[in-house]
Design a protein around this ligand. Structure first.
Ligand code: SAM
Length: 277
């Protein structure tokens, strides 16, 4: 298989997970799914997402990005690729390294070793977002390590991440509910996406939201995914109840302090409240 642009008429419409794996406990009960994908669709427009970063952090020398519950790494790598492709290596530097973690030791071992399972469809998605330069960032793995074979992953191809991208993300094992307590940065973005329903009980989700609020510094925000407001989980409500403000342009972003909305003609701020004209 070649890592090249396979279909010039390709339309970007992925509806698949590139890393699929069910993790069950010893009684066979589902604990979590590692499902993730490149440029996951619930961030509807990844270019707009990076435009938002550029506006929000235009005066910041360093931006601290955390990906909690990062699974195989598709999420932090999608963001790193988009930042590099849009801003160029030099301007993107202040966003790196992205600090990624997941409590699943096996998935983090694979990410740390620079392996990435994908479906064939991912190749088109990656070429779409890199202007056909997928091979700048990835090569095909020349063998399948035994521990990955034993992981019961569903994938077509195994990629090896090249240093130009691998070096942009630090992976470690951590529980998101603990990791969020040691984040106390200004200019921080916390990707806390698509795992809230796995926290058993509303009180755990309320605690996560309030710990994030307590620990985040100035000009910081949390980003959630579509899955987080499903299966009896209400992450958006939990975040708003603790004081986060929903970004009026990208509804999956929750700001600790309201951003500068001056560029939006239909919005104004009065007594710290966002109002629509
Ligand atoms: C559906 S994947 C989401 C991956 C990625 N954030 C995304 O949106 O594509 C869920 C991941 O959450 C992880 N997870 C679940 N609960 C967690 C917790 N309390 N702390 C850290 N990781 C957790 C699982 O191991 C799994 O890899």
């Amino acid at each position: 298989m070649q890592l090249s642009f396979s279909n010039q008429n390709f339309k970007y419409n992925p509806s698949f997970s590139s890393c699929c794996r069910d993790v069950v406990d010893c009684a066979g009960k589902l604990v979590h799914r590692n499902d993730t994908s490149f440029f996951r669709q619930d961030i509807k427009d990844w270019d707009k997402f990076v435009d938002y970063f550029e506006r929000k952090f235009k005066d910041a020398e360093k931006v601290n990005i955390y990906s909690l519950a990062c699974s195989a790494g598709d999420e932090p790598y999608s963001l790193a690729i988009k930042l590099i492709e849009k801003l160029g290596e030099e301007k993107a530097k202040k966003y790196f390294p992205i600090i990624a973690s997941d409590y699943d030791e096996k998935i983090i071992r694979m990410a740390n070793d620079g392996y990435l399972p994908i479906l064939d469809e991912d190749i088109d998605v990656l070429n779409f977002h890199t202007n056909g330069k997928i091979s700048k960032y990835f090569t095909l793995a020349d063998s399948l390590p035994g521990y990955i074979k034993d992981m019961d992953l569903f994938f077509d191809d195994l990629l090896k991440v090249k240093p130009v991208l691998r070096d942009k993300v630090n992976f470690s094992v951590a529980d998101a509910t603990e990791k969020c307590k040691i984040i106390n940065n200004d200019n921080a973005i916390i990707l806390a996406r698509n795992f809230w329903p796995y926290l058993q009980g509303e009180d755990k989700r309320i605690k996560l939201a309030s710990d994030l609020y307590k620990n985040l510094g100035k000009n910081s925000a949390v980003v959630v995914g579509n899955f987080d407001d499903s299966y009896g989980s209400y992450a958006s409500k939990n975040l708003q109840d603790t004081g986060f403000v929903c970004n009026p342009e990208i509804y999956t972003i929750y700001e600790k302090y309201p951003v500068n909305y001056k560029h939006l003609s239909n919005i104004y701020i009065k007594n710290d409240n966002l109002l629509y004209k």
